[in-house]
Design a protein around this ligand. Structure first.
Ligand code: FAD
Length: 358
């Protein structure tokens, strides 16, 4: 539970001089064509921001981009590994008709500047001695290769990667994985599964790939149906929940797309939302979050995970007081002290005003 008041926000004004709200301007050092439908973007993190951009393998960065006049916030996992790779690198795979992913692939060039939030996320290497089994599908390889590289460099744990792709040309980091296998063949195993050759991964295959490694830490990241079968396979083996680590690459729905139940807004809870230079007063239902109310009103605030870990939906409280239902690492104490809240978790205690970053 966390509570923020307007006084904290006022004291914090100007505390982020080098950034625009929670976003920092980072220069694109390089763009690497990985496959026919994915590119890596390498970022130049200046020395003065090195501390803010320290990361653990498996964490992600949130980018704020403008596509066709629409401002979008999207998370991309770091495929680089700290202390091993010289620079922060994310890899973006095109999504059919996806706005940000296609823009990142088509419009970003070396020398450009991108707005980036510092690293976040809890899908990280856990300190244990047991084997590691990673299940990745498509772009879900990004946090997994980062974890894999760190585990090879800092532990002696046996590691297995099961990596599913549509076809051979879609395999991201094929050469890098093959090099790692060549260097660490004594304790690294990689199974490539190609839909057009082997068919889709199913729960029976998951069980077969796990074999006797039921004491392992399992890391899963990929498309929804792939994650479902991996989870089904793990469930059939009664793998305890604390050995299973999952990263979901969900994209926010189109604004207002989901059916929302009617909300009783007859109480005295009102939030004034400042977004994209416009102020909107929105009455709230009891227990309704600021993000839910803003979306119900037809606004388009940034958000992604809605589970308090990605930080995409952050806004600053400038009047009144709110309470956050939870914080799963999406916002740190320094940001809370500066008046920021996760709007997906923030419930006003009365009349409040919040400002999304410009
Ligand atoms: C923690 C995290 C880490 C991630 N890491 C990575 C990563 O490393 N690499 C990576 O490639 N991705 C990653 N993602 C996913 C990424 O954030 C985006 O969700 C993804 O790139 C798609 O965004 P988009 O803007 O291109 O798609 P969107 O424009 O949001 O579209 C998504 C889907 O909705 C459909 N759609 C869009 N607009 C409409 C409309 N008006 N009506 C109907 N349907 C519509 C599109 O056809 C598409 O299928 C990650 C996500 C999370 C949460």
């Amino acid at each position: 539970m966390s509570s923020v008041d307007a006084q904290g926000a006022d004291q914090a004004a100007g505390a982020n001089a080098e950034s625009s709200g929670p976003y920092y301007q980072l220069r694109v050092a390089d763009v690497i064509e990985e496959t026919h439908d994915s590119k890596s973007i390498v970022l130049d993190v200046p020395d003065e921001l090195a501390g803010r951009f320290t990361y653990a393998s498996g964490q992600f960065l949130s980018f704020r981009v403008e596509v066709d006049g629409q401002r979008l916030v999207r998370c991309y996992s770091l495929a680089s590994a700290p202390g091993i790779d010289p620079a922060h690198k994310v890899t973006v795979k095109r999504v059919v008709d996806g706005r940000a992913s296609n823009w990142m692939n088509d419009a970003v060039s070396p020398g450009d500047t991108l707005e980036v939030m510092p690293p976040n996320g809890v899908f990280v290497l856990k300190q244990r001695e047991t084997p590691i089994v990673l299940f990745s599908g498509g772009s879900g390889i990004t946090p997994c290769i980062s974890i894999l590289k760190t585990a090879l460099a800092t532990t002696s744990r046996p590691i297995k990667l099961v990596y599913a792709n549509r076809d051979d040309r879609s395999v991201i980091f094929k050469d890098e994985l093959s090099k790692l296998l060549g260097e660490h063949g004594d304790r690294l195993e990689i199974t490539h599964r190609l839909d057009d050759v082997h068919g889709f991964v199913d729960a029976a295959l998951v069980v077969q790939e796990i074999g006797s490694r039921t004491d392992a830490d399992f890391y899963i990241c990929g498309p929804g149906p792939f994650m479902d079968v991996v989870e089904a396979g793990l469930a059939s083996l009664d793998i305890p929940a604390d050995q299973i680590h999952i990263e979901r690459f969900e994209s926010p729905d189109t604004p207002g797309a989901e059916a929302t139940a009617p909300v009783d807004t007859s109480g005295d809870l009102v939030v004034t939302v400042s977004l994209d230079g416009k102020e909107t007063d929105i009455p709230l239902g009891e227990g309704e979050t600021i993000l839910a109310a803003a979306r119900r009103e037809g606004l388009e605030p940034p958000f992604a995970c809605e589970e308090a870990y990605c930080g995409c939906c952050m806004a600053r409280v400038t009047e009144g007081e709110v309470e956050m239902k939870m914080n799963d690492g999406g916002i740190d104490q320094r940001q809370i002290d500066e008046g920021w809240v996760l709007t997906c978790q923030a419930v006003p205690k009365g009349k409040v005003r919040i400002e999304y970053p410009d």
